[in-house]
Design a protein around this ligand. Structure first.
Ligand code: ISE
Length: 347
């Protein structure tokens, strides 16, 4: 933290689920940051958010329709991009041109080529400005698991199993490709983060779809990664599971394993007079905002602190590109069912 540096004046682009959540986080739970504006082409939605935030004591926050106007505003020091991935390249370019530190929600962009361009554009600016919103890296369980695996106490990590389930997805356009690009991409980053290695190949397999998915949507999907160093990662992504938000991970090493997200690590409760004898394992969270609330708080605080020091304090543009490169190969595998090699170009 830089002593005496002014609070970071932040603008949030996109007021969907995550943009609204981050805006509220900035107002209610982030130190050394001040939300000054939100922008969304759906202006009434942005205005409604501003009204809600006023109730939380936000002070004056402007609602704008044009994201680029927000990025260019004199009173905006830094930007959170929570807009759809398809518009990230243009908005990231604007942030880079103006030297604005930016926390960009995943995916960095929609394909490998455009993500590589972003990495190159950032390098050309001469200083890191982009942090990518892979919040699992701030979740205390994932952080601890990485420490345990990196310590070498358990020997080499051989296999990683990830489970990622949503109750349902609100967007009607959430097609099979979105499951790879928007949901599985978190597990791509987890594999890179926990194993400290790159994904070499990806194969996406599609079981019989759930009847809860829209016709033609391949849900659930099972993706298998082989890592450059030889480890194998299995991933089940199921976005219409109907059960709630379940994210689990087990790393299997030579001399033991590490489990993340296991409900049984929670407290055992008995309650006189309750309907049943008690609970063991806790409740399944409704969605990612609940499961990863602490991780998001830590992520945004780390970003604010980093921006005030002139640094990026989380997953970088390179991490965003590496993940998108895997999703791009994953899309090809989704179409063919065959393993596809991941191409990573050095910027
Ligand atoms: C969403 O965009 C997220 O990032 C959530 O973390 C993920 O669980 C969900 O499947 C995505 O749609």
């Amino acid at each position: 933290m830089i002593d005496g540096a002014p609070d970071l004046r932040v603008g949030v682009v996109g007021v969907g689920v995550m943009g609204a959540d981050h805006a509220e986080r900035l107002v209610a739970r982030t130190a050394h940051a001040r939300l000054v504006a939100v922008a969304d082409p759906d202006l009434p939605r942005a205005q409604a958010l501003v009204e809600r935030l006023a109730g939380l004591g936000s002070g004056e926050v402007r609602a704008l329709a044009d994201p680029l106007e927000l990025v260019a505003a004199d009173d905006v020091d830094a930007v959170i991009l929570a807009s759809p991935g398809a518009v990230h390249p243009e908005q990231l370019r604007a942030c880079l041109d103006l030297g604005r530190p930016v926390l960009c929600e995943k995916p960095l962009t929609m394909d490998s080529a455009s993500s590589l361009e972003v990495v190159r554009a950032e390098r050309a600016e001469g200083r890191p400005l982009i942090q990518v919103g892979f919040m699992r890296r701030f979740d205390p369980e994932y952080v601890r698991a990485r420490q345990i695996l990196a310590s070498g106490d358990l020997g080499r990590t051989l296999v990683l199993h990830n489970v990622h389930r949503n109750h349902s997805v609100p967007r009607p356009d959430f097609a099979s490709e979105m499951i790879v690009r928007d949901s599985l991409v978190h597990e791509v980053d987890v594999a890179r983060y926990l194993l400290d290695d790159e994904v070499a190949t990806i194969q996406v397999i599609t079981p019989t779809p759930t009847s809860a998915a829209r016709p033609g949507v391949a849900d659930p999907q099972v993706a298998i990664f082989t890592m450059a160093g030889g480890a194998v990662v299995t991933n089940e992504v199921f976005v219409n599971s109907g059960t709630g938000y379940e994210v689990r991970c087990e790393a299997v090493a030579e001399r033991g394993s590490v489990i993340i997200g296991s409900p049984s690590s929670q407290v055992y409760v008995t309650r006189v007079g309750a309907d049943g004898p008690g609970t063991w394992g806790g409740d399944i969270p409704g969605d990612y905002r609940e499961r990863f609330a602490r991780a998001y708080d830590l992520e945004v605080q780390a970003w604010v602190d980093g921006a005030r020091r002139g640094e990026v304090a989380g997953p970088t543009a390179w991490d965003g590109y590496a993940a998108t490169a895997v999703s791009t190969a994953g899309m090809e595998s989704l179409a063919t069912g065959r393993p596809v090699a991941v191409e990573l170009e050095r910027p």
